[in-house]
Design a protein around this ligand. Sequence first.
Ligand code: C5P
Length: 235
Amino acid sequence: RLFRIAIDGPAASGKSTTAKLLAKKLGFGYIDSGAMYRAVTLKCLDQGVPITDTQKVQDIAHHAKIRFPSLGTVELDGKDVSTAIRTSRIVQNISPIASNPGVRATLANQQRSLAHANDPAWSGFKHKNTEKIRGVVMDGRDIGTVILPDAELKVFIVAEPHVRAQRRYDELKEKNSLAQGETVEAIAQDLEARDEADRTRKVSPLKKAKDAIELDTSHKTIDEQVSAIEKLVYD
Ligand code: C5P
């Protein structure tokens, strides 16, 4: 049986970076559920499917082949989209897709199946001298509440809004993915709009699970965040 760690929280709270490093340290698999919603959004935009066309968007999600071939990379229909899904164009179009019940149902099935050691996605998984996957870290908005309600450990990550905006700005800048004229203020507004949409949508809203442990990362380094969760694993 796998040890499953569910990490949820608002946008740019440090979930993905923390989850990825934690998985690496523990020798666990990492599933970035947000990347799956981003990949579906990218496919809709690329194919000219209107994001509000509920049925067409559901079909796109149903046929999208999303894989995580290595820690931190995302593949859509056999193509590496790790960078393409991180632009502001994606997040500006993602909310109607993330609140589409058919899309959520399709991705939820895939996410639950990825939380099992025998999922084909883990074939060839090799880490820390083991041939077998021992656990998974999955991050998102509804992992502890809806996707893996019986996860062995649930963490809800929060951080002050200005800290989150600055972190996202630095991250985009480092990857050369800042849109022309994009400012910290504009990013703060994008984050706020997205969190509001995530918190208030009818299906699987962003919410702290009752039994999740809250971790405020505003004044923590990445290493401190990872160690804090690692400690919970061994407690
Ligand atoms: O985590 P990330 O910022 O990449 O997620 C992008 C968007 O995908 C979120 O704002 C949210 O709308 C959606 N999402 C979701 N449920 C998840 C993960 C992400 O609705 N489990």
